[in-house]
Structures are given as structure tokens and as C-alpha cells.
Design a protein around this ligand. Structure first.
Ligand SMILES: *Cc1c(COP(=O)(O)O)cnc(C)c1O
Length: 867
């Protein structure tokens, strides 16, 4: 092989244009439309050819054009304005500064396998990544001290195109790192800083790229280094590509390498956030670092790490594929067991639901759950679903007490709302609407927007979408070698006046991309109406290995080719953030028909809603919270079915019924000035309800209040004074765990209003009046424990027909004496009878310590037993 010497060429910007580079190198421009405007002005064609990548464009624009612009006063002035705006925006006091300026500043590290910030940084595949990107943007807006950690993929996710049969083809294009808004982290001697990740019988090196996302830094690891063996250079090649070995290798680089990289740069996080289980090895590395630097045992170090790790789960099924067989874990991590100070079985147990099951694979979400102290699903419904899925990790608890709550997803408003609508919101809601987006009251002002104005802007979005779709379709046809006559057709496809319905998402089977096609005749009738035409735009990728998903795409494409529908039913290839923006800003209705409860949240519908697009969706994910009558529409009413075929039948008919009876007539009901006034009313209702709720400012603020700040405070408190608190907490826990089997609850006695003793209630079922107080006393055998070591609780509530307590509430019992001297301690408490019906209670004992991050410890929850 020949020796290649490399060098990097950078554009030579004339002095007055120097500022362009700073703007291009901070992804802040992606959510501030006036910056993109600047780049478009330089050379619109190059802007498009570069895939909206300003760094690349500045490298290719001709020197003559640059000189030209440097002498253009208008342009130079616009650039100066932009520079000033960027500077003042990034230096202004923030929400976080205002609220949390006292006390030490936490540092949150947010780990994710993908980040979707802009189409010109293709290191994302779909919703999870875009959520992560929007999280960083809002963290920047709010001034949260947060850094992102991810992987810099050489090829990223695949680009999609279809063959003439409609079968998905995948193409990977190289990411040219030197023409992207990223910079290598270098040491003092200018050599790239690298971290070493132990692999089976070798080390893998990774270098670190930094992307600026407004105020926030995103660090991306890259193993494509000449020092690595060929196979290791490819670890960070593609997102979600390769096999299980590739996956575990990527997750080692992300989790272990990611945390090492932060430490190597002198960044020591106080709170670590795992966005999905991919990043969970981070938690182990955190333990390893604590052990080696602070001389701690595994129990002590994991107690410390857990206290400030948090985990966001995104999957709605337990059988996700983010798990590894035990022998693969041995292969890659056996060297790590001793570094953590634990044996193989203890290690494998960290990723198992049933530690005794030697065949159970090592599950990354389980590791993340066990190594964190706060966890959440991504919508209220998904929180509920997650508590059910992971309930077997806390089998002693009632499902609704399983410690996984929810923070509903959002979207970054300024990224997804069209430039024109942004200006309209500025006019009617105030120039700071995006900073105050969580304030529900400002959104009442959407009622002040004249219908004409809102409709005109909406209509403009639709015209832009139609033009975009025509161009895209023409390119698609050209690539497939279509005849000229066919190309002519692409120029006339779609009608900017027609009711336009969008459906774009990953083609995973549960999303049921072809549901609409079940009754083709009825659908064709809608499509071919001449007075009330309806048209559909579809887009989306299937995972390369998902043949069923690809089959759905093929069915849709076959349908689009039928002569009587092809002008009104189109499929756009290569769904990405650019296509997504055109769609959510340009359609009238956003169709979403996942099989409940498989859609953890969904965010594309939020993007649509904030643009005034009406959602039509099954009651799943975010829509359970987003739907309001007179906003969008629901398909069915949240039913779940065992017979999936039947469900598809029912729900596809429901979609067509809605369209025929409600949506089409409403859209075409025009006032004398041709405005669909009742439709516009619904648009405003949608914006008013959804905008303050489903944006990432609300979401990131919620994470900060509920999770980041409490976790940071715990970390500061527990790790102060040489880790002494955490060490004594770990010692206490060990002692309680050992003594736990001796605990017992006995001699339960129940009284009403002091006087009448009801014994232990086992013999009779007394009738009590609403408003009475039930007094419960019990003796607890403490063994070696002190009364203060335990919380004795009455778990009470309505009893269902199966004899289980529903939505139980908890009342603490107070220690009454005796415990120090004698074997049994007395506890007593009271519960109210608030409503009529059958009620019941059960007694339980939990460990109690002021420093415990969470109350529920698997294996340390004792209920009074039934026998
Ligand atoms: C928003 C978005 C998604 C996620 O949409 P869902 O509603 O979660 O399916 C996926 N891909 C792209 C390109 C997006 O912009």
C-alpha cells in the first residue's frame, strides 16, 4: 500500500467575511433562520448541493464570489448583525442562571448513540436521535450545564432509494469530517487526544470530535485511527449497522470510551443521563473510575454512581434487541470484572432480570435500570407500560409503585416551526415566544391571529411542500431511468389546494404504514374526487434487516403507480430532517396509526401540531396527552386487541370513516371568502394546547427540576468529605440486607375511633362509615435492626374483584417503643375511610435511611404474608 501524506485545506475567507466561519461552526445557526438565510444568499445552488452544510459550502464557493460578497455592503452588514446576534444570544443570562445561580453548578453528561441536529450531520436514524438533538438545543437555550456524548459515524445511517419494484435499497455515503462543523480535541502538543478502551486481547483507541450546539458541547468518539487494527477502525462506521459484535463494540466505545473521554478532557460530570440502554456501560465505567480514584469497594462506588445516574427508556417492549449472550459478555468484558471488584456472576446479574437464570442474556436496559436512581419513560402511557414491563425487577411492588416515572417528549420549537410561522408568532405572541414557550398564557394569543394570515402562511407551507415533492419525484424518476413523458408527470403531481395528508416515519411493522391500503376501493374514491380531492404524501425508511418493513414500502409504492391515483398518492424517498420539515410545515393532516401501546411517544406529530397541522392518530404515545376535542382526531378510543387482524380491519375503516364523514367535509366547508374557518379554529386549538406542552424547553426544564438537580444535590452531599457518607450508607445497606430475612410482621390489631377493637380483621369484614379513621397497630420483629432502620407502612386503597388493592396510597406507621430492649417493636398508624366501597390494606416494611436515593430496593421489601 502506498504511503499517503495528508493535509487539510480550509477556505480562505476575505477579512470582512471571517465571521462566517464562526457561524458555520456552531450549529446554533440550525435553529435561527436568519443565519441559514445568509448562507443561501452566498450561493443557493451550492447551498443545496452541499446538503445545507455551510462548512462544506464555504469550502467550495469560488474565491471570486467571496470577494464579491466582501464588497457587498448589504451582505457584510447582514453578517455583522448575525454575528452580534449569536454573541448576545449565547452570552445572555439564562433560565438556569436565574433559577439555580446559588450553590455549586452541576455538570450533566447526556449519553446517546445518535444525535439528530441537522440533516448535514447524518449521525441519526430517527426519533431517538432527533429527540437527543432537540434536547441539546433546548439545554443550550435554557443554559443547562450539559454536555452530549455520542459517536461520530464515518458513514452514519443509510440513504434510501427504491428500485423500480419499490424495494428499498441502501446506500452509505462517507461523512467528510473535515467539511463538517466539528473539531478534533487536541492535546497541548497539538496531537489528537485519544482514549483507550480495553477490548479482547487488545486496546482500541478513539479520538474525540467536538461539535458546538449553541452553548452546549457535543463530544463524538471516532475509532477510525491508523493506530487501530482494521476491524476496530470500523467500529464507529455505521449507525445500527453490523452484527451483535459490532453493537457491543460500539456500546463499549460509547459508554466506557465516552466517560473516559470526558475525564481525559478534565470534565467530571456530577449527573450522567443514559438516553436509552445503548449507553449503559457508562455506569460501569463510572464505578471503575470511582474505585480506582477514591479507593472504594464495588458496593460503595456503585451506590455513589447510582445516586446520580438517570435513565430514559424508549422501548415499549421487553424483548428489545439491545442484549448480549453471556459468552459475548465474557469475551468483551471478562477483563473488566476484576477492575470492578466483582465476580462473573455478580457482573452478569447486573444485566439480568432473574440473576439465577444462567442463560438469560445481558440486557442493557436492565443494567441501566439497576445502575440508576431515577428512570423515566417518554410519555405518560409509556411510563405506565414501562412499569409493567420492568415490574419483574421489583416483583414485591404493586405495579403502579414501580419506580419508573415519565417525562413526556417534546420537540425544539424553533427547529421545527417554519420561518414564516415563527415570524407570525413573534408578531402575535411577542418576540420572546420561544423563550417563554412553556408559558400556557402566551399561547392564548393565537386567537388574536387573523384567520386570513394563519391560512395564508399555512398555504405557503403547502406550496413549498408541493414544489419540493415534485423536484424530489422527478429526481427519483430520473434515477430509475424513466421516460420523458413520465418526468412531465412529476411536474404536475399533487395540488396545493387539495386536502393533504402526511405520513412519514420509520417503516416498523407496529406503525402500520400500509393500514390505509386495506380498503383500496374506498381510498381510491377519496383520491379521485374532483370537487373535494384528497392527496397523500408518504415517506420513511425501513431498517436494512427489516424485510417486513420493506414489504410495506413496496406495497405503498405499487399502489402509487396505479394510474388513477398516481397524481394524488406519492412516496418520497430518503426521509430525513429536511424532508420532515417540509412535510410537517406543509400538510393539513398528520396521520399516525401505530398499534397501541407500541409507540412510546412519537414526536413527528408534535412537529406537525406546532405548525398548526391537525393530527389524526390512534390513542398512543404522546397523543393520549395531546388530543383535545376540537383539536385533532382520534382513531378508535384507545382499545387494545388480541386479534391483530381484526384490529387492523376496525381501525382502517375508522380512518376512512373519519376522512369521509368529518375531515374532508370540514376542510372544504368554506366561508364566502373561501376560508375554512372551522378548520382554522381547530388549528388554533391545536397550537394553543400542544405548543406549551410538547416542546423541549418544557421537557428539559422538567428533567432539570425532577431529575438533574435532585441528582446533582445528592451527588454533592453523598460524595462530600472524602466519600464518608456514601461509604457509611453502603455499609448500612449491607448490614440491613443481611438482617432482612429475620424481619417479620406480627400481631396486627385494628381499631375504629379508639374504642371498638376489630381484632386482626381476618374473621370479620366490618362495615365502616365514610369519614371514620381506622387505626392499625402491629408488632415488627426487628432482629438485628433498629426501629430507625425501617419504614413500616400501611398500603391501602380500594380492593378490586381479584382482591388486589388498586392505586394504593401509603401511610407511615410510627414507632411506639419497645424495639430497643425487646425482640418486637410496636408500630401504629391511621388510615382514613374517604369513599364508600370495598377497601383494604396491607402492611409492609421497607429500609429507611435519610441518604437513600430511592426507597425501593429489590429483595428488601417485606409484606405481611397471607398465611
Ligand atoms: C421527527 C422525526 C422522526 C420521529 O418521528 P416519530 O413520530 O417518532 O415516528 C423520525 N425521523 C425523522 C427524520 C424525523 O424528523
Amino acid at each position: 500500500m502506498q504511503k499517503v501524506r495528508t493535509f487539510t485545506v480550509t477556505p480562505s475567507l476575505p477579512e470582512p467575511l471571517k465571521g462566517l466561519k464562526d457561524i458555520a461552526m456552531n450549529l446554533f445557526w440550525t435553529w435561527n433562520p436568519e443565519f441559514a438565510e445568509l448562507f443561501r444568499r452566498i450561493d443557493y445552488n451550492l447551498w443545496k448541493q452541499s446538503g445545507h452544510n455551510p462548512v462544506k459550502m464555504l469550502g467550495t464557493v469560488s474565491q471570486a464570489r467571496l470577494e464579491d460578497l466582501a464588497n457587498n455592503e448589504g451582505f457584510v452588514y447582514q453578517l455583522q448583525q448575525a454575528e452580534e446576534k449569536m454573541q448576545t444570544s449565547l452570552e445572555a443570562p439564562t433560565w438556569f442562571d436565574n433559577l439555580y445561580s446559588k450553590g455549586s453548578k452541576p455538570l450533566i453528561a447526556y449519553f446517546s448513540a445518535e444525535f439528530g441536529i441537522h440533516e448535514s450531520m447524518p449521525i441519526y436514524s430517527g426519533g431517538l436521535g432527533i429527540l437527543a438533538g432537540d434536547h441539546l438545543k433546548s439545554a443550550s437555550d435554557l443554559g443547562i450545564p450539559l454536555v452530549g456524548v455520542g459517536l461520530m459515524y464515518q458513514k452514519g445511517y443509510f440513504r434510501q432509494y427504491l428500485n423500480t419494484d419499490g424495494w428499498q435499497q441502501e446506500m452509505y455515503s462517507e461523512n467528510d469530517f473535515h467539511n463538517m462543523p466539528i473539531e478534533l480535541i487536541r492535546k497541548k502538543d497539538d496531537k489528537p487526544l485519544t482514549v483507550t478502551i480495553p477490548f479482547p486481547s487488545r486496546n482500541v483507541l478513539a479520538q474525540i470530535w467536538k461539535a458546538k450546539v449553541g452553548r452546549v458541547s457535543l463530544y463524538l468518539l471516532d475509532t477510525n485511527l491508523p493506530q487501530n487494527e482494521q476491524q476496530d477502525r470500523h467500529i464507529t462506521q455505521t449507525l445500527y449497522g453490523g452484527d451483535r459484535e459490532t453493537r457491543i463494540s460500539q456500546e463499549l466505545v460509547l459508554g466506557i470510551g465516552g466517560l473516559k473521554a470526558l475525564f481525559a478532557m478534565g470534565i467530571e460530570p456530577t449527573v450522567c443521563h443514559m438516553n436509552e440502554g445503548h449507553a449503559a456501560f457508562m455506569a460501569l465505567e463510572r464505578v471503575r473510575i470511582l474505585r480506582s480514584e477514591k479507593d472504594m469497594s464495588f458496593d460503595e462506588a456503585s451506590e455513589a454512581a447510582k445516586s446520580s445516574n438517570m435513565f430514559t427508556v424508549h422501548t415499549p417492549v421487553a424483548a428489545g434487541n439491545d442484549e448480549f449472550p453471556p459468552d459475548m459478555v465474557d469475551k468483551y468484558l471478562s477483563g473488566y470484572y476484576s477492575k470492578l471488584g466483582i465476580d462473573r456472576e455478580t457482573f452478569l446479574a447486573l444485566g439480568r432480570i432473574d440473576p439465577a437464570d444462567k442463560n438469560e442474556p445481558f440486557k442493557m436496559p436492565v443494567l441501566a435500570i439497576k445502575m440508576s436512581s431515577s428512570r423515566n419513560g417518554v410519555s405518560q402511557l409509556h411510563g405506565e407500560v414501562s412499569r409493567k414491563i420492568w415490574w419483574n425487577l421489583w416483583p414485591e411492588l404493586p405495579v403502579d409503585e414501580v419506580p419508573i416515572d415519565s417525562v413526556t417528549n417534546g420537540i425544539h420549537a424553533k427547529t421545527w416551526i417554519s420561518g414564516e410561522l415563527t415570524q407570525l408568532y413573534e408578531r402575535y405572541l411577542g418576540s420572546k415566544w420561544s423563550d417563554e414557550a412553556v408559558d400556557k398564557s402566551i399561547w392564548h394569543n393565537v386567537d388574536q391571529i387573523p384567520d386570513e394570515e394563519l391560512w395564508r402562511i399555512h398555504q405557503r407551507g403547502k406550496e413549498r411542500l408541493v414544489a419540493f415533492a415534485r423536484q424530489r419525484l422527478k429526481r427519483q424518476l430520473q434515477r430509475r431511468g424513466a421516460y420523458h413523458t413520465e418526468l412531465g408527470w412529476a411536474e404536475e403531481v399533487l395540488d396545493p389546494e387539495a386536502l393533504t395528508i402526511g405520513f412519514a416515519r420509520r417503516f416498523a411493522t407496529y406503525k402500520r404504514g400500509s393500514l390505509l391500503l386495506r380498503d383500496k376501493d374506498r381510498l381510491i374514491k377519496l383520491l379521485s374526487s374532483t370537487d373535494k380531492p384528497v392527496q397523500f404524501i408518504f415517506a420513511g425508511k425501513a431498517h436494512p434487516k427489516d424485510h417486513e418493513g420493506k414489504e410495506l414500502i413496496r406495497q405503498i409504492v405499487h399502489f402509487t403507480k396505479q394510474h388513477d391515483v398516481r397524481r394524488r398518492f406519492v412516496f418520497l424517498e430518503d426521509y430525513d430532517m429536511d424532508t420532515a420539515r417540509y412535510l410537517v410545515q406543509g400538510v393539513d393532516v398528520w396521520l399516525n396509526n401505530p398499534r397501541r401501546p407500541m409507540e412510546a411517544s412519537g414526536t413527528s406529530g408534535m412537529k406537525a401540531a406546532l405548525n398548526g397541522v391537525l393530527n389524526m392518530s390512534t390513542l398512543d404515545g404522546w397523543w393520549c396527552e395531546g388530543y383535545t376535542p376540537e383539536g385533532g382526531w382520534i382513531i378508535g378510543s384507545g382499545e387494545e386487541y388480541d386479534d391483530l387482524e381484526y384490529q387492523d380491519q376496525v381501525e382502517s375503516q375508522a380512518i376512512l370513516n373519519l376522512l369521509e364523514n368529518e375531515i374532508v367535509p370540514l376542510f372544504y366547508a368554506r366561508s364566502s371568502d373561501r376560508l375554512p374557518r372551522r378548520w382554522i379554529r381547530r388549528m388554533k386549538n391545536t397550537v394553543r394546547w400542544c405548543a406549551p406542552r410538547f416542546n423541549t424547553s418544557r421537557m428539559v426544564a422538567e428533567y432539570t427540576r425532577k431529575h438533574y438537580n435532585p441528582a446533582a444535590a445528592r451527588w454533592d452531599y453523598l460524595t462530600a468529605s472524602g466519600m464518608s457518607r456514601i461509604k457509611s450508607l453502603a455499609a448500612w445497606k449491607k448490614q440491613v440486607r443481611q438482617a432482612w430475612p429475620e424481619l417479620a410482621i406480627q400481631d396486627v390489631d385494628v381499631k375504629v375511633e379508639e374504642d371498638t377493637s376489630l381484632g386482626d380483621l381476618t374473621a370479620k369484614q366490618p362495615q365502616l362509615r365514610v369519614g371514620s379513621q381506622v387505626k392499625v397497630a402491629a408488632k415488627v420483629k426487628l432482629g438485628k435492626l433498629k426501629p430507625d432502620d425501617v419504614a413500616v407502612e400501611i398500603y391501602h386503597g380500594k380492593v378490586d374483584s381479584e382482591g388486589n388493592i388498586q392505586d394504593g396510597a401509603v401511610a407511615r406507621m410510627a414507632y411506639q417503643g419497645n424495639g430497643e430492649a425487646q425482640e418486637y417493636a410496636d408500630f401504629a398508624g391511621t388510615i382514613p375511610c374517604r369513599a364508600s366501597g370495598q377497601h383494604g390494606f396491607a402492611l409492609r416494611v421497607l429500609p429507611k435511611h435519610p441518604d437513600l436515593a430511592e426507597q425501593y430496593e429489590p429483595g428488601m421489601i417485606l409484606w405481611e404474608s397471607a398465611s
